[in-house]
Design a protein around this ligand. Sequence first.
Ligand code: GLC
Ligand code: GLC
Length: 814
Amino acid sequence: MKFGYFDDLKREYVITQPDTPLPWINYLGCQAYFGIISNTAGGYSFYRDARLRRITRYRYNNVPMDFGGRYIYLRDDESKEFWSPSWQPTRNNLKNYTCRHGLGYTTIGSEYAGIEASTRYFVPLDETLEIWQLTVTNKRAVKASISAFSSIEFCLWDAQDDATNFQRNFNTGQVEVEDGVIYHKTEYRERRNHFAYFATSEKGGSFDTQREAFLGSYRGWDKPATVEAGQLTNSIAHGWSPIGAHQVKLDLAPGETRQIVFVLGYHENPVAEKFDPPGSQIINKKLVKPTIAKYLDAKQADAAFEQLRQYWDGLLGVFQVATPDVHTNRMVNIWNAYQCMATFNMSRSASFYESGIGRGLGFRDSNQDLLGFVHMAPIRARERILDLASTQLPSGGAYHQYQPLTKRGNNDIGGDFNDDPHWLIVGVSAYIKEAGDWSILDEPVPYDNQPGSEKPLYEHLQRSFNYTLSRLGPHGLPLIGRADWNDCLNLNCFSDTPGQSCQTTTNKDGKVAESVFIAGLFVLAGRELAAIASHRGLESEVASYIAEVVKMDQVVRRHGWDGEWFLRAYDDFGAKIGSKECEEGKIFIESNGFCVLAGIGLEDGLAAKALEATGKHLATKHGIVLQQPPYSQYYLNLGEISSYPPGYKENAGIFCHNNPWVIIAETRLGHGDLAHDYYSRINPSAREAISDLHRCEPYVYAQMIAGKDAPSFGEAKNSWLTGTAAWNYYAIVQWILGIRTTLDGLEIAPVIPKSWPGFTATRVFRDVTYNIAIDRKGAGNSIALTVDGAPVNGNLVTPPADGRKEVTVKAILS
Ligand code: GLC
Ligand code: GLC
């Protein structure tokens, strides 16, 4: 069952039924001012940091779900009936409800009692504000007297404190209202120099700023007393809960349309110019007023919207493809790329599942996110890499997370996740392959942000590599530390205390438990580092990296191979995890996918065996589960993985982040049909028809789909902010479609389904546009390449020597 449809031409997902199984959200903003918005106008806004600069309030895990939002009410002042055109919060029986989630904007509209209304929400580029453009049309044969109300609830900045510290918060709230503009200025009197504002294009209406005055006591947002009565009260909030609400009266002739603009924004004043007149306690509004005036003008708002469209067209234009599969096309061309930008902007901070007050930016996560967005925003990728590397520790290890506002490593969580440092090598290599910018390696970067400790970025990569060499376990495999990619495989934790974090608790000295996954990652990262060193002419270094990689490859064969598949790990007793000898957790996806992806066992058939076993034991119709059989109980020696009921999350859920490792691995064996089949099983667009089962948005990936051991097999959770976005994008674009960035140029090596006659693509790469056509003439994966009509040996397209900006690439696949 579907709840809407894709409008590919407009690059929108159109929801036609408001009561979706879960809130289906979108993101507003792409630089500093952000918001999340659901299909019924729920959500909240913040400036840069969802925890520390929260602008509007949201009620987590509320019933009914998804409360707190950008709400509009319309009231028929004759019949006294009122409703919300976005369905929530009043939930009337609307006609023609539609929510169009587009790239950086959402438009929600409907018709009720002959009044059509729709609101377009977006954040203009380079501004710290959001615009709501409300359009109301009278479709009746007679005139209509309508009151339009807008409303938001302010958050007192620190979202964590806002939700807990009521003894203080009920006293601090302050607002000003001037020329009909509501200014929220809690704590402005003391140490803050920022405030929020909420304005409307219609002058002379009324307002409310105290929540209780607006709602009436013991009432909810579904039935505000003032809206019911048809009159706001011009209340001024002192303490309690400041809100912003405007009332605008509209007399509409039959067929008449009116547009009203609301602007919600954030502004910082220079500290010395906070007040006007100086010495008073009144906000200085001189600097912000021109901005407010500008965007209250509908023409300016339209122009800003047009610029936003062009911005996204530019980003998505870097890679576009036309294949025979509509689901591949729309994910690659629109939604997967869009989701990659969201994960870059948000990391794992703010979504319907991430509260915005939890984690900072993950070291491992952010490096992997690069794989998905680096082609659209290489300059921002470069900055991100340098920020990440600056939090690296002198040991070569890394803080597991850092705070985006301070850019400092997070001490509460600390380091010792032993896979972390290698992701930096993977990220930097992806950046150089895309941008061809070798200068980044010479950039001086501190360790642990300590001034004076700066060393070229290249040295950071060396320390990442060496980190593992000085942390090898009894079998010569990398020690796992607190966890590897699987945050829940906590082999040194041994926690028996309720509520203790398995990720920060370590009761063992960590000298025994080893990870085969990190071994695979080490092999991959080591090869990348060797290729980089070779480019720089450091041949003796190349030899030593390769020697270590070969050694690790051999150790994996000797101690990491179980006979039919790769083992997952050794625990603190030196016992195998992910082996046929185990009762539960006999086979895992991570080590099998990643070792093959890294090239281990390609020549001697181990890789083929491992993938066969993965397919046989782990693949399901909804995707590949993380391990089998699931853990039926909590095991002290395994940690959090065994804390989840079977089939969920890391305990045998379909973790969509690591499915693409197997997809890439299958392409390395030349299996285009199976690779694309696995890709399609978790492709959200391909799952749209089962939205009632899948339940999350059909336009973006979710972190997890419940595995076959769960009662809700096939149900997705935790959409949007997941490494799934980058890895699936990377798998389909660079490995199945095979348009791959390398240090030397663009490689063309598709491994596509046999039934595809070919495909075409455009790729802007290092300022050159490549028009690529792949034509299938046989069932295999060999390539005959011509570049601008001239045959080329091999499958590498190097940058044109004569400075041409447009190149035609044709490939015959046979
Ligand atoms: C989450 C984490 C990521 C981890 C994965 C598996 O996606 O953000 O860092 O690798 O879970 O545990
Ligand atoms: C991790 C991941 C995750 C895991 C969780 C446990 O970082 O997000 O998938 O289940 O933390 O706390």
